[in-house]
Design a protein around this ligand. Structure first.
Ligand SMILES: [Zn+2]
Length: 146
């Protein structure tokens, strides 16, 4: 627990939320600044700054909670897909965003929007050799981590 972390305060019920689900490991609640209606956040009850440091049971619970929320959102809003992502920009505690996608650009990068919001620009495709090199760099790092 961290007294300066807003999500730790939410996890111990010091701050009100629009709670969607809670169990021993995670808490899901509405984002107060939604991309779309229903935009939810899932946090772990313990403070982990980075998703890659989550213990596997906590990470799995966040994912399964996201799956349940996604099914609920599809039922409620009739959307084809629900986005699930981590960015970690606004609060320094791991939180997953779950967003019903009403528009294909609802969850995107400015790199996709270079031609404006009504177009969908694909970033340039690197040469195959460059992609192979990138894959090799990641595989090398993965092997180093094993
Ligand atoms: Zn925290």
């Amino acid at each position: 627990m961290n007294d300066t972390c807003i999500f730790c305060r939410i996890a111990r019920s010091d701050l009100p939320t629009f709670k969607l689900f809670e169990d021993d490991l995670v808490l899901a609640f509405l984002d107060l600044h939604p991309i779309r209606e229903g935009h939810a956040l899932i946090i772990s009850k313990q403070h982990y700054p980075w998703f890659e440091d989550l213990p596997e049971p906590v990470a799995a619970r966040i994912m399964s909670t996201g799956q349940r929320l996604a099914r609920a959102m599809k039922g409620e809003w009739g959307v084809e897909r629900v986005a699930f992502f981590f960015t970690g920009i606004h609060v320094g505690q791991t939180h997953a965003h779950v967003v019903p996608m009403l528009h294909r650009y609802d969850v995107t990068s400015v790199r996709y929007l270079e031609d404006g919001v009504e177009e969908f620009s694909l970033p340039p495709k690197p040469e195959d050799a460059a992609l192979a090199q990138t894959a090799d760099r990641i595989r090398t790092q993965l092997a180093r981590a094993d």
